[in-house]
Ligand binder design. Structure first.
Ligand SMILES: Nc1nc2c(ncn2[C@@H]2O[C@H](COP(=O)(O)OP(=O)(O)OP(=O)(O)O)[C@@H](O)[C@H]2O)c(=O)[nH]1
Ligand SMILES: [Mg+2]
Length: 469
C-alpha cells in the first residue's frame, strides 16, 4: 500500500455540481478538517465544530469567524476518522447552492489552511487509507457516469466489493498453490514431496485449472459488462432515401433526424443514445450518398465507412418498394464481414425487392420487414437486435460483471499466465517455472485491486474523476 507524504494536509472542494441548485456542499477531509471548521462555522448554540461527535448535523452560519462576517446559513455534518468516506476526519457544509456562496466558503477554508483537492482525491484517499480497493474506487466513477439503471446496479455491486471478493478468493487459491510448490521445491527430501518424478502433480494441475476457470468466468462476463457500460454500437446504413433516418427516429421514438424524399438528406453522421429493455444503445445514422459530389460528401462517406467498421451491429436498410440496385450491391460489399441485420423498409407499399436474394445473402432470420413510416415491425426488430448482440437474453445484474477495460486486460494476463503454468506442468518441466507463472498471475490480480500498482497508473485513474469526489 502506498504511503504518500502529502496526506497530512487537509483538502477541500465543492462536491456538488457548479451552477444553481437547492443546496451545495463543500467537503473537507484531513487532520485539520475540524479545526478549519472552527474558523468558518458558528453553530446556533455557540459550540465549536471540534467538539461535535461523529455523524451529527448542526445548524448555524458559515462565517469568517475571525472577522465576524457571515457568508451563508448552513448545516454542518461531521464524520470522524475512521468512520468516513476517506477514513479521515470529514466535514461537509451544506449551504444554499449559489456559486458565490460556495466559492466564498471554499476560499475561506483555503485561508484557514486547507488545500484545494485534486480530481478524485477524496476517493483516492479512501483507497490509500484502505477503506476501498481500486476496483471499488473505479466503481464509484462508474456510478457517477452510469447511463442506465442496469449499469448502475452493476457498478453498485462492484462498489460493495463483490468483484474484489471474487478476486481475493482466486488470489488465495493461487497463493495456496504457490506455497505448496515452494514447499516441494525447498524441501524435496521431505515426506511432502518425495522424488519429483514419482510424485502425483494432479492436485496441483486441478487447482490451477480451477483458478483459471474462475478467471475465465469473469472474462466471459466482460462481454456483457462492456456493453452495459458503453452501449451497443449500432450503425444504420443503406443507400439514399431508403428510410435510414426514419428508422432512427422510429427506434428513438422521437423525430430526431430530418426525413425527406430528397436523396442525400443526411449529410453527416447522427449519433444518439437509446435504451432497449435496459440496455444502452448508441445509434448512428449515416449518410446514404455513395457518389460524392463534393468534399463534404466525400467526408460523409469516409465517416460512414469508419462507423460501419467499428459497429457491434449494422442495420442495413433496403427500400422494399424498389428493386435491388447497384448501390445496394455496392454497400453489401462494404458491410461484408460485419454483424448485419437486413431491414426491408417501406413494407406498407407494394413489394418489388428480390427478398430471396437478400435472404440468401444474410440468412432468413437476419432479414426483417418493417415500415419506419408506420412504426410497424419495430418491436420485433428490437427483439432481434437484442438476440444478436446480447446472447443470453436475461440481464442478470446480480452476478459479477466485469466492465472495465483495465480489469479485462489484467484478467487476460492472469489467464495466460495460468495457461502457461498448465503447459509447464503437463510438459514435465521444473516446478519452479510454475511458481514463477503463478506469481505473474497473482500480480495481474493485484493490479486490479490496487494491491500492486504504480503511481502513474494510479494518477491516471483518479484524474478521470471530477473535483470533489
Ligand atoms: N411509404 C413509406 N415511406 C417511407 C418509409 N420510411 C421512410 N419513408 C420515406 O422515404 C423518404 C426518405 O426517408 P429518410 O428517412 O429521409 O431516408 P434516408 O435513408 O435517411 O435518406 P438519406 O438521408 O437521404 O440517405 C421520406 O420521404 C420518408 O417519408 C416507410 O416505411 N414507408
Ligand atoms: Mg437520412
Amino acid at each position: 500500500m502506498y504511503q504518500l507524504t502529502d496526506r497530512d494536509d487537509t483538502i477541500v472542494a465543492i462536491s456538488t455540481p457548479m451552477g444553481r441548485g437547492g443546496i451545495g456542499i463543500v467537503r473537507l477531509s484531513g487532520r485539520q478538517a475540524l479545526e478549519i471548521a472552527n474558523g468558518l462555522f458558528v453553530a446556533k448554540d455557540g459550540s465549536k465544530p471540534s467538539s461535535f461527535a461523529g455523524y451529527t448535523v448542526h445548524y448555524g452560519d458559515v462565517a469568517d469567524v475571525k472577522k465576524g462576517k457571515i457568508i451563508d446559513e448552513a448545516l454542518l455534518t461531521v464524520m470522524r476518522a475512521p468512520k468516513s468516506y476517506t477514513k479521515e476526519d470529514v466535514v461537509e457544509i451544506s449551504s444554499h447552492g449559489g456559486v458565490t456562496s460556495l466559492r466564498s466558503i471554499l476560499a475561506l477554508a483555503g485561508e484557514l489552511g486547507a488545500r484545494l483537492a485534486e480530481p478524485g482525491e477524496f476517493t483516492k484517499r479512501a483507497f490509500l487509507n484502505g477503506r476501498i480497493d481500486l476496483a471499488q474506487a473505479e466503481a464509484v466513477l462508474d456510478i457517477i457516469q452510469a447511463k442506465t439503471d442496469t449499469f448502475l446496479q452493476v457498478s453498485t455491486h462492484q462498489l460493495k466489493g463483490e468483484l474484489s471478493t471474487e478476486l481475493e478468493g482466486i488470489r488465495e487459491q493461487l497463493m495456496n498453490i504457490y506455497v505448496e510448490i515452494e514447499a516441494i521445491v525447498n524441501f524435496p527430501e521431505d515426506d511432502l514431496g518425495a522424488a519429483d518424478k514419482t510424485r502425483d502433480f494432479k492436485p496441483i494441475g486441478n487447482a490451477i485449472g480451477a483458478a483459471k476457470g474462475r478467471v475465465e468466468r469473469l472474462l466471459r462476463s466482460s462481454e456483457h459488462g462492456r456493453i452495459l457500460k458503453e452501449g451497443i454500437k449500432i450503425v444504420i446504413c443503406g443507400r439514399a432515401n431508403v428510410g435510414k433516418s426514419s428508422l432512427l427516429n422510429a427506434l428513438l421514438k422521437s423525430p430526431r433526424a430530418i426525413v425527406s424524399d430528397i436523396a442525400g438528406t443526411t449529410r453527416d453522421t447522427i449519433e444518439e443514445t437509446a435504451q432497449i429493455k435496459g440496455i444502452p444503445f448508441q445509434l448512428i445514422d449515416t449518410a446514404g450518398i455513395l457518389e460524392p459530389r463534393n468534399l463534404i460528401e466525400e467526408e460523409a462517406i469516409k465517416r460512414s465507412h469508419m462507423y460501419i467498421g467499428g459497429a457491434d451491429l449494422v442495420l442495413f436498410v433496403f427500400d422494399a418498394a424498389e428493386e435491388l440496385s447497384q448501390d445496394d450491391e455496392r454497400l453489401m460489399r462494404v458491410v461484408d464481414g460485419q454483424n448485419v441485420l437486413a431491414v426491408l423498409n417501406k413494407c406498407d407499399l407494394p413489394s418489388k425487392i428480390d427478398g430471396k436474394r437478400v435472404k440468401k445473402k444474410y440468412g432468413a432470420p437476419r432479414v426483417l420487414k418493417i415500415s419506419a413510416l408506420r412504426s410497424s415491425g419495430i418491436d420485433r426488430l428490437e427483439t432481434v437486435i437484442l438476440e444478436h448482440v446480447w446472447h443470453d437474453k436475461r440481464v442478470d445484474t446480480r452476478g459479477i460483471l466485469v466492465s472495465n477495460l483495465r480489469h479485462i486486460n489484467a484478467l487476460k494476463g492472469c489467464q495466460s499466465a495460468l495457461g502457461k503454468a498448465e503447459e509447464i506442468l503437463s510438459g514435465g518441466l521444473s516446478l519452479e517455472f510454475i511458481s514463477e507463472e503463478i506469481k505473474v498471475a497473482v500480480n495481474f490480480l493485484d493490479h486490479i485491486t490496487g494491491r500492486n500498482i504504480d503511481e502513474d497508473l494510479l494518477e491516471n485513474i483518479f484524474e478521470r474523476f471530477c473535483i470533489g469526489k
